[in-house]
Design a protein around this ligand. Sequence first.
Ligand SMILES: [Zn+2]
Length: 372
Amino acid sequence: MNVLFSNITAAILFAVIFQACSSPVPSDTKPQSDSTIYYSANDFKTVKKTDAHVHVDTYDSAFIMQAKDDNFNLFTINWDDVNEPPPMEDQQKYALAHRKNFSDRLEYATTISIRKFNDKDWLDKTLSYIDNSVSHGAKAVKIYKVIGMTLRDKQGKLVMVDDPRFDSLFKYLEKNKIPVVGHLGEPRNCWLPVDSMTVKGDASYFTAFPQYHMYRHPELPSYEDQIRARDNRLAKNPNLTFVGAHLGSLEWNVDSLAARLDRYPNFAVDMAARIVHLEVQAKSNWQKVHDFLIKYNDRLLYATDLLIDEKMSASDARKAAHETWADDWKFFATDEKMTSSQFEGSFNGLKLPAEVIDNIYRNNAKKWLGIF
Ligand SMILES: [Zn+2]
């Protein structure tokens, strides 16, 4: 039967991460000797920022209040997976309720359901659901990893995202200039033995849930199969605006990601729940990560994957959000020595120029998703 997947990014990585960034003229920016402008740790609140991938799965507004305090706008993204509540219909209700009250601070992405993929009218119903969502303000459509990992056709065969049966859907999105946020595949660690995984959260998660640990399921598509299917889809729809969630599942190696960004000009990526993988790489090769972020600074969207649900207290939601955002800001904006609870050793902040920070933290969300 199908392998069940839960949202490892949301549940595990939520507890782990940290920080963010951008406003007009920061109070204490200091020109360096090369006259490049940099932000400091103190500019965290003064700079206007967007977190381009969160999940606000509650009517409570504490998280949004924290976003306001920390000068963040939010992009909440719906998904659909029979194994991961809440249902997409409820997610839609949360998003629309918050849009009503916080239209200047929160935008949302709708999603599609593949539960009835094998029905004759699946495509028609899916397109009309997208239309309806867009008419209610949705700015993008999330495509979820259930495609490629659990979706099976009538013959019981796994259906990958480059399958011709998805051609009409993607053609429609391409033609109507509706951006896709695509979470396809998993971190590469999912296909490695536990003792080879690069971050502790993955190791403990896949130890606890061996059914999701692809290393133990060689009969299922490989990591390379997942990436190839996504790349094939990008090649099939060259004019589709496609934001690859989670560093496009190429989190483990900036060179691999750079190769795709070079090959597919309408491909960008969000950093949701994968900043730790940039930190891991910065530990061994700071310069490479630093130069990658500068070179591709118009293709990278700051994002956390923070997930706030009804079970979370308001104070916990606020604390998790603030700590995550503040820590990430330290990594991108300063050159402070840092450590992570996710791996041994230390690494230095990247100290990116202010204009790079402004792109990553705000301008790219506008450019690629049309938000804020
Ligand atoms: Zn997510």
